[in-house]
Design a protein around this ligand. Structure first.
Ligand SMILES: C[S@@+](CC[C@H](N)C(=O)[O-])C[C@H]1O[C@@H](n2cnc3c(N)ncnc32)[C@H](O)[C@@H]1O
Length: 278
């Protein structure tokens, strides 16, 4: 199992700089989830959600209002510790747990959520556990997003964009990471979608644009798992220097004073009637 999110440093950074899902993500997902329910009463909440790979609650917080009970699990003790420190819901419980052996009764959950993590899982074991734990009319929801595209702000023009990818690709080529998992993420889960053992699945995209300083963007990149086993500070300092040069900025430009627009694309997958046993 890949364990990138164990240290306090990375979990603190993650809690501060990630969790950028569009606000209406949960609303769109829940519409699909309740379509599958017989006799669903819209005035009531759904019973139980189980999250696998919850981090420090980035997606949990968006979905919690739709359920009476939420159990959110992650294999990293530090992520769970952090999630507990920030938990604002009395009906949300965080616990350590792993995707390949889920600690829940058969047929006990209305929705399983895994956000930005299914590419790390042993999928046959995970899907087998998901189909065991879901109620017969329950749904699986997967979310994923990749490194954002960058867009000029103010007077900067298009040439601004190409150097970004060049520099970023160079950075990625020096990082040590699971390239298969990243290919899947970069392409928004094409094979994971195919492998979900269900013939009732939908997939759609959502978008979000944010403006941040270059300093904040560098901090966000520090949380990317691909950079965890590398000399990331050194690499990212070089990244910043190369971007400034490519963009015609003075090397002493204050990173917190230079703003960039980031466009994130998200893939949302909702599946029901999973049938898998290994
Ligand atoms: C990129 S983070 C995503 C966190 C959060 N869900 C989000 O949307 O930002 C991936 C998380 O998956 C967890 N993870 C990785 N492999 C796991 C596994 N096999 N079982 C449970 N959690 C796992 C990591 O510890 C990490 O917290």
């Amino acid at each position: 199992m890949q364990r990138y999110y164990e240290s306090k440093e990375i979990t603190d950074f993650y809690a501060k700089y990630r969790g950028l899902y569009p606000k209406d993500t949960a609303n769109h997902v829940i519409k699909h989830v309740v379509n599958n329910k017989r006799n669903y009463d819209e005035s009531k909440k759904l019973e139980r959600m189980l999250e696998v790979g919850c981090g420090s609650g980035q997606a949990t917080n968006l979905f919690a209002p739709y359920f009476k009970e939420v159990i959110a699990t992650d294999v990293s003790p530090n992520m769970i510790k952090r999630a507990n420190q920030q938990n604002e819901f009395s009906h949300v419980r965080y616990a350590e747990g792993c995707a390949e052996s889920i600690d829940a009764e058969n047929g006990s959950v209305d929705m399983i959520l895994s956000a930005e993590c299914a590419h790390w899982f042993d999928l046959p074991k995970y899907f087998s556990e998901v189909s065991r734990v879901l109620k017969p009319d329950g749904s699986l929801a997967l979310l994923c997003y990749y490194i954002p595209s960058i867009h000029p702000t103010g007077s900067a023009k298009e040439p601004y964009v190409e150097p970004y990818w060049k520099v970023l690709n160079e950075l990625m080529s020096e990082a040590t990471y699971n390239r298969d998992a990243y290919k899947e993420l970069e392409n928004f889960y094409p094979n994971i979608f195919l492998k979900i053992p269900s013939d009732q699945k939908v997939s759609f995209k959502m978008h979000k644009k944010i403006t941040v300083s270059l300093a904040v963007y560098i901090a966000m990149l520090k949380t990317v798992d691909a950079f965890q086993n590398t000399k990331k500070d050194q690499l990212l300092n070089r990244f910043s220097g190369m971007l400034k040069k490519a963009w015609g900025l003075d090397e002493n430009t204050d990173e917190s004073q230079f703003n960039i627009d980031l466009h994130f694309e998200f893939r949302v997958i909702v599946a029901r009637n999973l049938k898998s046993k290994i």
